[in-house]
Design a protein around this ligand. Structure first.
Ligand SMILES: *Cc1c(COP(=O)(O)O)cnc(C)c1O
Ligand SMILES: [Zn+2]
Length: 420
């Protein structure tokens, strides 16, 4: 059976530019560089238009001409998440122009990882693999496990043993085999590499990585469409491996290449936590190499000490005139609360990193009046709710009668009217 979704796709080495036929190769045999899918522009032009996209499915698959796969039965149809204006948050953070949240908590397993998994698993099936999996900092485990369950594939997820309980539970619930490695994410990732070779599995972010990363592009594509086919002046992206940041920018570029948006300057900013900030550190030092670190702190979803696309992300930020900031755990927790209270969106620690970074950039005067700022909210707060323990706002415990309630409410806050 020929696979038409790959007719117009080649894999090309990011290092030496050698071309490979699409397959399970993921590193260049000549220089060990990573491989990226490349599309025949004429084939894309023939299929891609604003009208075709808008008439397409309400998911990432509306961008089918720009994706190297097509969905099979059981696909969870992630994507086309809301882009919501956040005026009260903008005011609180001192952002002078319009601030938007790209709310990827609304994906099937509540993080943006459902996008990358949808593409990688579609490719795994087309390649005839029956076991899929991943090395995960948390959200990827749940997304991969859910997609495998929905499509009847076996699933193995490899995680560092110290992950948040909610993230482990959301992978285990879908019937995946959860392997908790006594070590860091980077060690779990190295073990996955060996396991993939040994057992012939399809790991979405290992041997399926060239395809996986393409799913991240859809965030950029959707943002531009949702801004009325225009590019935002700023986008603020949380950085773990750096793939999301790189691909969001590529998404903007490819829409301009094909005339769906005007090629206006879009500054791409990166957000990391001080517990794991190899890209922010390289940015601040003005160097091109990203030096690996040993992660610590509460922001586990971004805890990749040796980011595969770190140098690429750094180059993208510099090329667009953006910045990479690192914010501490205290700022992250405060930003999660501020986001929730001013927008009704409960984000996880990565969202806290992004929102605290928006605040930093605003304070530095990076945003001018009228410029549109898009912040990517990549995962749901219920998965990391433990970071708010002991800080939960106004919980009052009362005996079940109205006098007790009235007494308890009185000193609380003026917004709650207690009369009589
Ligand atoms: C994985 C992840 C990211 C970062 O993705 P990369 O492509 O690895 O940089 C951001 N936010 C959340 C919630 C994630 O799970
Ligand atoms: Zn090469």
């Amino acid at each position: 059976m020929t696979d038409q979704t790959l007719d117009h796709v080649t894999l090309r080495c990011r290092g030496c530019q050698t071309a490979y036929p699409p397959g399970l190769e993921y590193v260049c045999s000549r220089c060990l560089g990573p491989l990226d899918p490349e599309y025949d522009p004429a084939a894309v032009t023939a299929r891609l238009s604003r009208d075709a996209v808008q008439a397409g499915p309400r998911s990432i698959w509306r961008y089918a001409p720009l994706l190297p796969a097509s969905p099979g039965p059981g696909d969870l149809a992630p994507g086309l998440t809301p882009l919501v204006p956040a005026p009260r948050l903008a005011e609180a953070l001192g952002v002078p122009g319009p601030l938007f949240l790209k709310d990827d908590t609304r994906n099937p397993t509540n993080s943006f990882k459902d996008r990358v998994v949808a593409v990688a698993v579609a490719r795994a099936r087309a390649f005839g693999l029956s076991t899929v999996g991943c090395a995960s900092t948390g959200n990827l485990a749940g997304a991969t496990a859910a997609a495998a369950a929905a499509q009847g594939l076996a699933c193995v997820v490899v995680i560092p043993a110290d992950l948040e309980a909610g993230k482990v539970a959301s992978a285990a619930a879908f019937g995946a085999t959860v392997v908790a490695v006594e070590g860091s994410y980077d060690q779990a990732n190295r073990l996955s590499l060996q396991a993939v070779e040994a057992f012939g599995w399809g790991f979405v972010n290992v041997n399926l990585r060239p395809w996986y990363a393409e799913g991240s592009k859809t965030v950029g594509l959707e943002v531009a469409e949702q801004l009325g086919w225009s590019l935002p002046e700023h986008v603020v992206v949380p950085v773990a491996s750096g793939a999301l940041l790189t691909k969001v920018h590529q998404g903007f570029g490819v829409l301009a290449d094909h005339g769906l948006v005007e090629r206006t300057p879009a500054r791409v900013h990166g957000a990391q936590s001080t517990g794991c900030s190899p890209v922010a550190t390289a940015f601040a030092a003005g160097v091109d190499e990203v030096t690996p670190v040993r992660p610590s702190g509460i922001v586990k979803s971004l805890a990749i000490g040796d980011p595969a696309d770190g140098a690429e992300a750094l180059a993208t930020v510099r090329r667009t005139g953006g910045r990479v900031e690192a914010v501490d755990d205290q700022e992250v927790v405060e930003a999660i609360e501020l986001l929730a209270r001013t927008t009704g969106v409960f984000g996880e620690t990565a969202a806290g990193v992004t929102i605290a970074t928006v605040g930093r950039l605003a304070a530095r005067g990076e945003f001018r009046p009228g410029e549109r700022v898009v912040a990517l909210i990549t995962g749901h707060g219920l998965k990391t709710h433990e970071v708010l323990d002991g800080r939960a706002g106004a919980t009052v415990t009362v005996r079940p009668n109205i006098d007790a309630l009235s007494e308890a409410l009185e000193p609380l806050q003026p917004g709650l009217a207690v009369t009589g």
